[in-house]
Design a protein around this ligand. Structure first.
Ligand code: SF4
Ligand code: MG
Length: 336
């Protein structure tokens, strides 16, 4: 194991009149160098907060505590939550960069694309000529006509082109880690798939570590080495993608897989996960999934589970993970 980023006991909370609202709850997570980590969860599960925490970009009145360590290599290690203002600015773009949710609107409509690149380079005291060469290369790597895109205003580009231009922009300062929050949600399925395969190429070419955050488990399965499943502001399962897809140990992961259309399972077998994600001020005691879980018993109501080591590199927060496969079969009709 060679983690580039490590989160320990990381919590993000808000003080609300109704009580403390935890939107990230004691998360431990190692992100391995050069892996693609998929982070999956319903909306309101804490996905975006996980990303903001990684970048120390939680905004007031949100309160971030715990430990986040960045290990750029050569035995160096940085305490992310103790960075000075200047160090943080550097950390956020030059080490760990982020494509935000709905980021396509983050282009300034009255500036051409080139200006966005130049201003980013200047703001970080990078050599602009060298940086623009890199920008062109990145745009070409993303199958864009660099001259044409740089000369364009954002509204002159299609959604897919804009998204790719933003990915190029997020990489122009040569970060080690790219964090993407629902980067393809606004695009059609074909464009989503093509962006995923472009990301795979970029990852190899630039030795990137990628954190890919989405509500769409099958989509992330195409690119992720490991998948972490968020439920109620904590990871309930983490493991190699193949293990998660073939033999998920947590009831929620199994139900999530059954709720999403995919190639293996006919659409008539799709089952939505009944009920709704918990309110952050009122997360159920014990296992937070118990109100929605078909396997829940008294222990689940009383005792916060795990993590249990489920083998094959899987960690699962469920008392009864050994029975989840028989209780929640992945195909309803045993026609195989
Ligand atoms: Fe379900 Fe209990 Fe496992 Fe929670 S701990 S997921 S309620 S079986
Ligand atoms: Mg979100």
């Amino acid at each position: 194991s060679d983690p580039i980023l490590q989160m320990r006991d990381t919590t993000v909370s808000f003080d609300m009149e109704r009580g403390e609202s935890r939107v990230l709850d004691n998360v431990d997570m190692d992100i391995e160098r050069n892996e693609v980590l998929g982070v999956v969860g319903e909306s309101g599960s804490g996905k975006s907060m996980f990303a903001s925490a990684l970048l120390d970009a939680v905004v007031d009145p949100g309160y971030l505590r715990g430990d986040i360590t960045y290990n750029p290599g050569d035995g160096e290690s940085l305490d992310v939550l103790e960075l000075s203002k200047q160090e943080r600015k550097q950390y956020r773009w030059e080490e760990v960069s982020m494509v935000f949710q709905g980021a396509m609107s983050s282009f300034n409509p009255v500036r051409d694309v080139e200006t966005h690149f130049v201003e980013t380079l200047e703001a970080h005291d990078y050599d602009v000529r060298e940086g623009m060469e890199r920008a062109r290369q990145l745009l070409e790597d993303l199958y864009l006509d660099a001259d044409r895109v740089l000369d364009s205003y954002p509204h002159e580009l299609s959604g897919g082109m804009k998204q790719r231009a933003l990915i190029a922009l997020s990489l122009v300062l040569e970060p080690e880690v790219l964090v993407m929050d629902e980067p393809t949600a606004a695009l059609d399925l074909l464009m989503q798939r093509s962006i995923i395969s472009l990301l795979e190429n970029l990852k190899e070419r630039y030795d990137l570590t990628i954190v890919f955050i989405t509500h769409d488990l099958p989509l992330v399965a195409d690119i992720a080495d490991r998948v972490g499943v968020l439920y109620a502001f904590e990871f309930v399962e983490l493991g190699p993608t193949d293990e998660i897809l073939e033999d998920a140990a947590h009831p929620y992961t199994r139900m999530l897989l059954k709720s999403t259309p995919n190639l293996e399972s006919p659409i008539e077998n799709m089952r939505p996960v009944e009920g709704s994600a918990p309110d952050p001020v009122n997360v159920p005691e014990g296992c937070s999934f118990h109100p929605r879980c078909p396997l829940a018993d008294e222990e689940c109501v009383d005792v916060d589970p795990g993590p249990y080591d489920a083998g094959e590199g899987r960690f699962v927060h469920c008392h009864h993970w050994e029975h989840s496969a028989e209780e929640i079969p992945m195909t309803e009709d045993a026609d195989s």
